[in-house]
Design a protein around this ligand. Structure first.
Ligand SMILES: [Zn+2]
Length: 309
């Protein structure tokens, strides 16, 4: 059995974002506090006892407090059910939470060598002593089975693959610690339960739905997919910024080439948007945009949503 808990569904900044007075952020502070959401991450487990995180968001501490499955086992003085963290990119909203896991519990970080190079180039991450916190490189298109703390297999198979995207924004125009060429900065993951064969896909960042991606996702029981913006020029139109969704490496939900249209008719069991920016009107209950997304079979999840496959 594969258990998945949505620890957070929001894009960088969360909902509400500390310095934002947009409609969604204002509504989340006032009439609809249920809109409040932490930055995107999910936890998954095949045995219900040992858990792996996909990405470690800056809100990790708050997410762990809110998730009983991830509390230390009763009767243990120091313990965490978290056996590992799988990183899909090096953005701040995917890696900063690692710094909240610095109190000496062992776990493994699984990431592409390009993302590991970013961690290595930033000495603050040395607070995670490599004797305790191993850094395991993962290869594109090569499945791996993350290990439990005693070294035994977890029963989970992870297949990382590259998806259209871009490098971390804080490296824009700068030398990438792993060199400026090469794929691996943005990963999609296929996560499977070896015992049951059940699986899901995780793509919190994706700039384009290619034919190859469509054939991967067709027929999947569950996908978590990039829901950053409703429309590509959303931040510019709202006066919130000067970047398009594409410029940030994110496909829009709507439009002819948007995720809703591109992933329609693929017989996907359950479609959940993740990494939803606070500028996105589909977050608002009763909005026309939310209605369109829901009518197309998409779910905008609340933090804490648990799914069992
Ligand atoms: Zn906002």
């Amino acid at each position: 059995m594969l258990r998945v808990v949505v620890l957070g569904a929001a894009a960088g900044g969360g909902v509400p974002q500390w310095n934002c007075g947009c409609r969604v952020c204002r509504t989340a502070r006032t009439e609809q506090p249920e809109l409040q959401s932490t930055q995107a991450s999910v936890a998954l487990s095949a045995d219900g006892d040992h858990w792996f995180l996909i990405n470690a968001s800056p809100d990790l501490r708050q997410q762990l407090i809110a998730t009983p499955q991830l509390h230390p086992n009763a009767g243990k003085l120091r313990h965490s059910p978290i056996a590992g963290v799988i990183l899909t990119n090096g953005e701040i909203d995917a890696v900063a939470g690692l710094l909240s896991m610095r109190e000496g519990s062992p776990f493994t970080i699984y990431a592409h060598p390009r993302v590991l190079a970013i961690l290595k180039a930033n000495s603050i991450f040395n607070v995670l002593n490599e004797k305790n916190v191993q850094r395991a490189p993962i290869d594109l298109d090569k499945p791996f089975e993350p290990a439990l703390p005693d070294g035994s297999p977890s029963g989970i198979e992870v297949l990382p693959f590259t998806v259209p995207g871009k490098g971390a924004w804080y490296l824009e125009g700068k030398a990438h610690p792993a060199g400026n060429d090469g794929a691996g900065d943005t990963l999609g993951l296929r996560i499977g339960d070896k015992a049951t064969g059940k699986y899901f896909y995780f793509l919190a960042a994706c700039a384009e739905v290619t034919g190859d991606l469509k054939s991967r996702l067709a027929g999947a029981p569950l996908i978590f997919f990039d829901g950053t913006v409703w429309r590509d020029d959303e931040l510019i139109a709202a006066g919130l910024g000067n970047k398009t969704g594409q410029g940030m490496g994110h496909i829009a939900m709507s439009g002819e080439h948007g995720a809703i249209e591109a992933l329609a008719g693929l017989e996907i069991g359950r479609k959940i948007f993740l990494h939803i920016n606070n500028s996105n009107p589909a977050l608002l209950r009763g909005s026309a945009e939310r209605e369109i997304a829901e009518r197309a079979g998409w779910q905008i999840p609340a933090d804490g949503t648990e799914i069992v496959l």
